[in-house]
Design a protein around this ligand. Sequence first.
Ligand SMILES: C[S@@+](CC[C@H](N)C(=O)[O-])C[C@H]1O[C@@H](n2cnc3c(N)ncnc32)[C@H](O)[C@@H]1O
Length: 266
Amino acid sequence: MTSTGSYDFDALNDAAFQTERLRQQAMAVRGIEASILRSAGIQAGHDVLEIGSGPGYVSDLLSELAPDGSLHAVEPNAALLKQLPENVKKPPARGLHPHQAYGNALPLADASIDFGYARFVLQHVPGPQAVVDEVFRVLRPGGVFCAVDSDDGLVIFHPEEPRVTEVMQSAQAVQHTQGGDRFIGRKLPGMMRHAGFSNVKARVMSLTSTELPFGVLFNILLGYKASLLGESVDARKLYEDLAADVAAGRRLVAAGVFIVSGQKNV
Ligand SMILES: C[S@@+](CC[C@H](N)C(=O)[O-])C[C@H]1O[C@@H](n2cnc3c(N)ncnc32)[C@H](O)[C@@H]1O
């Protein structure tokens, strides 16, 4: 694997917006995500692995939740990895370790990690099973892997908007040709079992336009897709129309993610 599949940060024509989108996406759900990570089993003294850390907004949360341990942040894109130190406010006691690497070839020893996390990464990776297998290799017995990812089957616009349906279908096709998968969520439990994980648990969590500011929800749902499709979509007009509908109570939007965890047997 020598490409970042359907997430080629250097090729996105709106890099600053995409970084801001990742920041918003991390901040808007930070409290909920902290509870998800705690229920999955992250502990203060853990050696933590983050696959596809991007610019490091989620790395900051992982460092806060494992302050006495270490964080190994793996990210193939050099420009994103460079931003990591400035976005992790307080590195864990045993260090913040950035690695420029792909998830299927981790520069880490067997059985050296307590908790692995991959958030909105596996949907982009050609051959995600190889990444799940590799995480299994580096986990200590008893270690846990938690993956959070999308599944377009969990997106609801009521009433439907034909332009949204079109953007989603085109983005699914483009992402697929680049090796990604917009329906990865439902496949993660099977991949974890295949890698050897036990105690595999899958949960679906949905957020609606009555809970999150619509701008944030739109960027989570359609911001990346619109970038993928470039000039062929008038994302601003679409946003303005939908935002007006939501504000007037004419439309409800909901989006869900799969939260899947598995444990390596002791
Ligand atoms: C949508 S971004 C998510 C970033 C971060 N996890 C977050 O939620 O803010 C996907 C990230 O996965 C990285 N990525 C893509 N292919 C990868 C691979 N094979 N191994 C590890 N990371 C990869 C991309 O470079 C990008 O930083």
